[in-house]
Design a protein around this ligand. Structure first.
Ligand code: ADP
Ligand code: ZN
Ligand code: ZN
Length: 704
């Protein structure tokens, strides 16, 4: 006589398994325990999701038995299960897929014995809790102290709306420190968009929290080896780790004593997962805090959440306006003496400049002045490579990627044509492949060309010590390879660079001390983009970039931000001149509201991929038709738009199409999608769609 259990496994998408499977076990198990079970002919990792009083509708012998129980491991908490359940339901994926994807991959390969060994190894480095060192913490600024005080008193999610350089990180650290000191079990999750861009942060956290003992601070992100990731995850799951620094994936980690979540740069698009369950880690952080607090009787316990940004997402801003979130303002930079500081913004009208100049003479002049004063400048352009297209003016040939609906970018360093979407790379042809013309030329500009031009234009200039000017480029190409990015950043920090040229990679987060001029070379393409979030993203980018200038108090008065544009009258630049995020947000929210766009409506995309665009769109149309015929719940309040090609229509020989689903009511949208999901699965298995490759729903997509 055994026990019946509901167990979730990562069933392959085509299996049609969406809910838990029933298994039999000889021993009594608890929900949240990890087991190994048979699935088809394989043996897989599963999570006990619930207990059953009987075999349900199964006839005896139909279910299978649990093979192994990973006994040394404490069960995953009910809150974790609830979080996974919510994520699966909200983002329209199976519980098993989300649950298993949230576990470290190496856990799948371990049997009970292997796991016991890992746990033993982890336990042999015991914690030696001491009181935390009080040394080398700066005295809080008045606005930092006030933000912390307000945060202390609220149970609402908080937005730390702090100008760049206002000292947001110190606020996060103090909030964490107070909690960890007060509650010896408590755990803190600190999320950042990309760990590689801020390698200093991890070191800083380890130093700051050294008093908690070895192993109390762990990192959790995709850059770790599978073994490291398992180790960090186990430390978090067993409660050994007190502070977890992670990227978006960390929001689904097992954290049984979680009491504070920080989401730094909450507006950053990289918090949105772009495959599988396409969750927003920021949104899940807010939900998770709510979930952890719901089950706690003690109002002082529970979990709080702090989102931080100088340029919050409009969703978060709207939540503050509505009073759902509490806003904590820090308008002043550390060391600043008055409001409204920040670099002076100069918007340069490119239609008044000589045609074809990459950098307008007044900007070059300003950069040259900085160089001779021994100050640094940062010039950025959101396009890497030398030129985005190579073209033949004799016959019109262009460096189209044969596999994508995109041009291959010309890279001069190795004279290659590279597709930035699928990676397809070829040497630059000697002549035009179509007509043989040897005079094929680059069109447009990338960072490589920018670097070349800046170096050329400054070649006659000397630094204060008489040595030649040094220009350094940092982008995904120049920073390839282990440690290269760090080394290049270190060069800038050490003052060995006069002009830093780069992509947006260098505009975010870095605490450069000697940069006094920042220039955006060509931001115009985002001004009139079809992507409704493009202005929001551009404004955030420019504000963040401006935040790199004049971070040292002595320079803050002379710091400048230059913008080259053909649309100097655009209202976005007006708001930028005033450093007025609130003003920008108000206008942008207003236009979103009149257009019925998020956050005033709720959206999802149904995407399809196939060998032909026609087939992909056929599937979407059939899906819409099926929804209409079956009168699905919620359908009366949901609008389906026509199927269209995706902005990047063809990627690596796959044709992609999408259909927008929109509703003013979140519950109606969710209800509709849940009912639609099985219809879609059924449809895709029909003969007509045998050659369809993939379909998926993207809830709250980044761009529509
Ligand atoms: P933000 O993240 O808001 O842009 P940072 O956290 O990078 O700002 O802080 C800007 C700089 O100010 C950093 O060099 C930081 O070490 C310093 N800083 C932060 N708080 C204080 C403080 N209370 N006193 C002195 N310096 C501080
Ligand atoms: Zn040609
Ligand atoms: Zn390609």
């Amino acid at each position: 006589m055994g026990f019946w259990l509901d167990i979730v496994v990562a069933a392959p998408a085509h299996s049609g398994i969406t809910g838990p499977l029933t298994y039999e076990s000889k021993s009594a198990l608890s929900p949240g325990q990890l087991v190994r079970v048979p699935l088809g002919r394989r043996e897989v990792l599963g999570v006990v999701w619930g207990l059953r009083s009987d075999a349900g509708s199964l006839s005896p012998g139909q279910s299978k038995s649990v093979l192994d129980v990973l006994e040394g491991l404490p069960a995953l908490s009910a809150n974790w299960q609830a979080l996974i359940g919510f994520t699966a339901n909200y983002y329209q994926r199976s519980v098993g897929e989300v649950a298993l994807a949230a576990l470290p991959p190496q856990l799948r390969e371990l049997d009970a014995l292997g796991l016991a060994r890992r746990l033993k190894k982890a336990a042999s480095s015991p914690l030696a809790p001491e009181t935390m060192a009080q040394a080398d913490r700066p005295a809080l600024s008045a606005q930092q102290a006030q933000a912390l005080e307000l945060f202390e008193d609220t149970r609402r999610p908080a937005l730390l709306f702090g100008a760049t350089g206002s000292g947001k990180t110190e606020v996060y650290l103090r909030a964490a420190e107070e909690l960890l000191q007060e509650r010896p079990q408590a755990q803190v999750l600190m999320m950042v968009p990309e760990i590689n861009l801020t390698p200093q942060l991890e070191t800083r956290l380890r130093d700051r929290f050294a008093g908690l003992g070895p192993g109390a601070v762990v990192a959790l992100h995709s850059g770790l080896t599978p073994a490291q990731r398992l180790k960090s995850w186990l430390a978090a799951h067993t409660g050994q780790a007190r502070l977890i620094l992670g990227t978006r994936m960390a929001v689904l980690a097992s954290l049984p004593q979680l009491q504070l979540i920080v989401v730094d740069e909450e507006h950053d698009p990289s918090y949105k997962q772009q495959e599988g369950a396409r969750y927003s880690a920021r949104d899940l952080a807010v939900y998770r805090a709510h979930l952890e607090s719901r089950s706690v009787a003690d109002k002082a316990a529970g979990c709080r959440v702090m989102l931080g940004s100088a340029t919050p997402s409009l969703e978060t801003w709207q939540a503050c306006l509505k009073g759902r979130y509490l806003r904590l303002d820090m308008p002043l930079r550390i060391g600043a003496s008055g409001v409204g500081e920040g670099p002076e913004v100069r918007v340069l009208d490119m239609s008044k400049q000589a045609k074809g100049a990459l950098l307008a003479p007044p900007l070059m002049q300003a950069i040259a002045e900085r160089v001779s004063r021994g100050e640094q400048s940062l010039v950025f352009l959101n396009r890497r490579g030398y030129a985005p297209v190579l073209a033949c003016h004799a016959c019109g040939w262009k460096s189209q990627c044969p596999h994508c609906s995109a041009y291959r970018v010309f890279h001069k360093v190795d004279r290659s044509l590279r597709c930035h979407h699928c990676g397809y790379t070829e040497p630059v042809p000697r002549g035009c492949p179509d007509c043989g013309n040897v005079d094929i030329t680059p069109v447009g500009r990338g960072t490589e060309q920018l670097e070349e031009q800046v170096a050329h234009l400054l070649s006659d200039l000397k630094r204060p010590d008489g040595s030649p000017v040094r220009v350094l480029r940092i982008d995904a190409d120049s920073a390839r390879g282990k440690g290269v990015l760090q080394a290049r950043l270190a060069q800038v920090h050490a003052g060995h660079t006069d002009v830093l040229v780069g992509t947006q990679m260098v505009t975010k987060g870095h605490d450069f001390r000697h940069i006094t001029l920042v220039a955006a070379v060509n931001p115009d393409s985002s001004l009139y983009s079809s992507d409704f979030r493009a202005p929001e993203r551009l404004f955030a980018l420019l504000m963040q970039a401006a935040g790199r200038a004049g971070r040292q108090a002595q320079h803050s008065a002379t710091a400048q931000m230059w913008v080259q544009t053909f649309h100097p009258q655009h209202p976005l630049f007006d708001a930028l001149r005033r450093h007025d995020y609130a003003g920008f947000a108000q206008e942008e929210l207003h236009s979103r509201q009149s257009a019925g766009l998020p956050p005033f409506s709720h959206a999802a995309l149904l995407r399809a991929e196939a060998a032909s665009q026609e087939l992909a769109q056929d599937f979407l149309r059939a899906a819409a038709q099926a929804a209409a015929q079956q009168v699905l719940p919620g359908a009366d309040r949901v609008q389906l738009y026509p199927a269209v090609p995706m902005p990047l229509q063809r990627l690596a020989n796959v044709e992609r199409a999408q259909m927008l689903i929109e509703s003013a009511s979140r519950p109606a949208l969710q209800q509709f999608m849940s009912a639609w999901q099985p219809v879609l699965a059924q449809l895709s298995s029909q003969h007509a769609f045998k050659r369809l490759m993939r379909w998926a729903l993207d809830v709250d997509p980044l761009s529509i």
